[in-house]
Design a protein around this ligand. Sequence first.
Ligand code: F6P
Length: 526
Amino acid sequence: MTLDQLATKARDIHIKQNNRLTEQYTQKLPQTGLWLETQRHLRNSDIDDALYELCDQVQLLDKLEATRRGAISNPTEGRQVLHTALRDFDSNALHHDEVSATLAAMNAYTNRVINGEVLSATGKAFTDVVNIGIGGSHLGPEMIYAALKPVYERKLNAHFVSNVDATDLLAVIEDLNPETTLFVVASKTFTTSETLTNAHSAMNWLRSNLGDSAVLNTHFAAVSAAPEKAIEFGVASDQVFPLWDWVGGRYSLWSSIGLAVAIAYGFDVFKSLLEGAFAADDHCLTAAYADNAGVQLALLSYWYTQYLGAQTHCVLPYDHALRLLPDHLQQLQMESNGKSVALDGSQLDKHSTPVVWGAAGTNGQHSFHQLLHQGTELIPTDIVLVLTAAQSLGEHHKLLVANGLAQSQAFVEGKLEADIIKELIAGGMSENDAKALAPHKVIAGNRPHTIIAMDAMNAVNLGALVALYENKVELEAILMGINAYDQWGVELGKVLAKEMVPQLESGESTSDGYDALIEAYANLND
Ligand code: F6P
């Protein structure tokens, strides 16, 4: 049977009666403390077979391997895609020399900052590092910093500024001492308007507090594939760390874009992150389909999106420190696979990747889980658990994990109308009233979801988790037949924003239909 034919019956599959609730679908990624459970899905062995046949047809793992070996897998930009080389310490790995030289430079600089050997303009050791960047130069590092905060000792406090809205920068610097604040300007292109605007304002803040001194450049480090632009901005050349065109922005947290994380926790923690990511890469490239966590996640996303009409994918980290994971995954998946043309430029005959969203548990339970349990949409969900507490306090962690697992159970089991009526009558309600109320209380259950669990939050497991999602996204792109590594869709907005600025200044609109607001803006800001 084809996947289309199988899809017509898939909604009849009942997770609980499907004989899949067994440990066969629980696996632990080698070299990590990362668990994956994929038994709670609308699948059966016929669907598995058809999906694995599709993997063969599209040469799924061969194509992934070609990417890893340096193929031009981003043809619209003529680029290799080798973020995985950043976490491969084998001396035969591609780009090994550049990568290891950069890691050594990061290590040395990080140590000098932490040990107070790089001094501020007034001769003080730095206490705070502010990462200025946006998109891939922001979301990954901020998410990693937050996730590891309860686990590792902080050498410096890190802060993150991304939005061109001044409120973002002002809120961060209002609590900081200019004498002890280091800025890392993270921008692959070093042309991103938001980042440069924030970097200039940060420089002005230092100038207005510390005077206009040449030694202010000690307060700036930069990460860029255009180092000359960073130097021109005013960063000392020995504080500019390279990035390469073979590392895509949303896949770049493993590069020197992770500098603020390395400075905050020490280089060894950053290196452990890379080690965990490498373990996930190795697994996703070599494990057989049925045992391959990356393949499983990609196939599930593909199955629900292309065949069962799912339009969104929910990520629920039951770990407050991982609350930024959905934001990071949003860019990773939606900027990578939010496309409507195939690799050859033809119109895609498939759906775009699902909208990724979510929030930390248990908070979401008291807001949007209502829809997850009783809404009409099919929303495949990932529940992410951490099995040991980074910070223990009374019963908190036990309750947190219990809630995560209970949500899974509720997704599977739901609550039957007959049982509800029985309960209501036992509670003293009349049969008529019970029958009238019961439909509102029915929870259909059978909601597909994956559980991903870590033994503990640490850099290795976190690296593995994030890299697993990267592999998922890349594999899903191969299934869809698209380029996961360009992002032309974001360019138009950048161009139009540039053209809008002089219109706001003059109050004269040259864009159709914006006259009233542009004039109002100019008048109000006169
Ligand atoms: O506008 C999208 C984007 O290009 C992302 O892909 C990227 O991560 C982000 O902007 C930041 O770009 P840069 O690191 O060049 O400043």
